[in-house]
Design a protein around this ligand. Structure first.
Ligand code: MG
Length: 385
């Protein structure tokens, strides 16, 4: 029996994590969980699981739930989030929150020696140098939940880093992959949220459409696998069947394949190095797929990908600026305040005016993150005028 704590329980990855846990009650026990403001989802969760500690965002919601469920302990806010991330009984923390808010609980859980199943890519993007150093210091494993990184992790079993020639991250191209740049000018939020292959949350689905998601994943791969940006390639692959690949120094290429189902990388991070059958999953039939398609990544069609390589290579605070600007811009797009193409414009503007600070500490990262979000609001208003 493995004891699990989960933060970001009501999001897409969180819900699919609960599905994996619920399907394997003999293997996993959910002991602590954090959700945001979706209280009805917390009530549904408590009908199926018996976590000892539950965190919600608002203190008033925690008090309300405590009166309904006297057998559980409820906490709230960032302190509550940290309590769930470091809950003593838990061996593994599944970090499924969206955005840079996932950073602090990750560092706290590493210091408490929890194994980290990491779906929160913004954590490594903004503070990869701090997170990986802390993981080494406390001898903690960071197991990737992102499908591409889980694929690479599987391809690297029994291999040595020194023999890697390059990592190849596959990209579906997102919801607008068949449109030209000119056709992107007036796309709607609903169109952007319609991903061809994967069922995911709103923020990551927009990130897939801009390819910022792949850019964040390039930076994530750099930190997780300690590979230079020149040796990380993005390959367009519209079927999302090859989840990523590793090329070795002898030209041998290892790939991991499967049907697009996020529960597979989630479950693998929880069972690693063991595996369990994945309930209700569709098996891959290459005969049925017939053909797989590949092409080079187009940095002019997807400027966010170029911005991410630039931020990753420069390091310091620039990835934080890029990530915070992206989070703020995507939120504005989802609220119908800016156009789809304004997202990349705002990120580039925020990056262009930033003076990069090398080797930032946690406080500097948090400050730059906040400043960038505020700056993007101002820049967005300027764009409208
Ligand atoms: Mg991914």
């Amino acid at each position: 029996m493995k004891y699990i704590s989960l933060i970001g329980a009501t999001g897409s990855i969180g819900q699919q994590t609960l599905d994996v846990l619920g399907n394997n009650p003999e293997a996993f026990c959910l002991v602590a969980v954090a959700a945001g403001r979706n209280i009805s989802a917390v009530r549904t969760l408590l009908a199926n699981f018996t976590p000892e500690l539950i965190c919600v965002q608002e203190a008033s919601d925690a008090a309300q739930l405590a009166s309904e469920y006297p057998d559980h302990t409820f906490v709230s806010g960032s302190e509550g989030l940290r309590a769930v991330a470091t809950y003593e009984k838990a061996e593994v923390l599944v970090n499924a929150v969206v955005g840079s808010v996932g950073l602090e609980p990750t560092l706290a859980a590493i210091a408490a020696k929890k194994t980290i199943a990491l779906a929160n890519k913004e954590t490594l993007v903004t503070a990869g140098h701090l997170v990986m150093a802390a993981a080494r210091e406390h001898d903690v494993a960071i197991l990737p939940v992102d499908s591409e990184h889980a694929a690479i992790y599987q391809c690297l079993q029994g291999e040595q880093t020194k023999n890697i020639a390059k990592l190849v991250l596959t990209a579906s191209g997102g919801s607008f992959r068949d449109r030209t740049r000119a056709e992107l000018a007036d796309v709607t939020v609903a169109e952007a949220l319609n991903h061809p292959n994967w069922s995911m949350g709103a923020k990551i689905t927009i990130d897939s459409a801009t390819m910022m998601n792949k850019g964040l994943e390039v930076i994530e791969a750099h930190w997780l696998f300690d590979i230079a940006y020149d040796d990380i390639e993005v390959l367009m692959h519209r079927e999302s069947i090859i989840h990523s690949m590793v090329e070795f120094c002898d030209t041998s290429v290892m790939a991991q394949l499967g049907t697009p189902d996020m529960r597979m990388p989630i479950q693998y991070a929880l069972t690693y190095p063991d595996r369990l059958p994945l309930q209700g999953a569709k098996r891959l039939s290459l005969a049925e797929a017939g053909q797989l398609h590949f092409g080079p990544a187009d940095f002019e069609r997807y400027p966010c990908l170029a911005l991410a390589y630039r931020a990753g290579r420069e390091k310091g605070t620039l990835p934080t600026v890029m990530n915070a600007a992206n989070e703020a811009a995507v939120a504005l797009f989802l609220a119908d305040k800016i156009t789809f193409l304004d997202i990349e414009k705002l990120i580039a503007m925020a990056m262009d005016e930033h003076q990069t600070i090398p080797h930032p500490d946690l406080e500097t990262i948090a400050n730059i993150d906040q400043q960038t979000r505020q700056r993007v609001q101002v820049l967005a208003e300027q764009l409208q005028n």
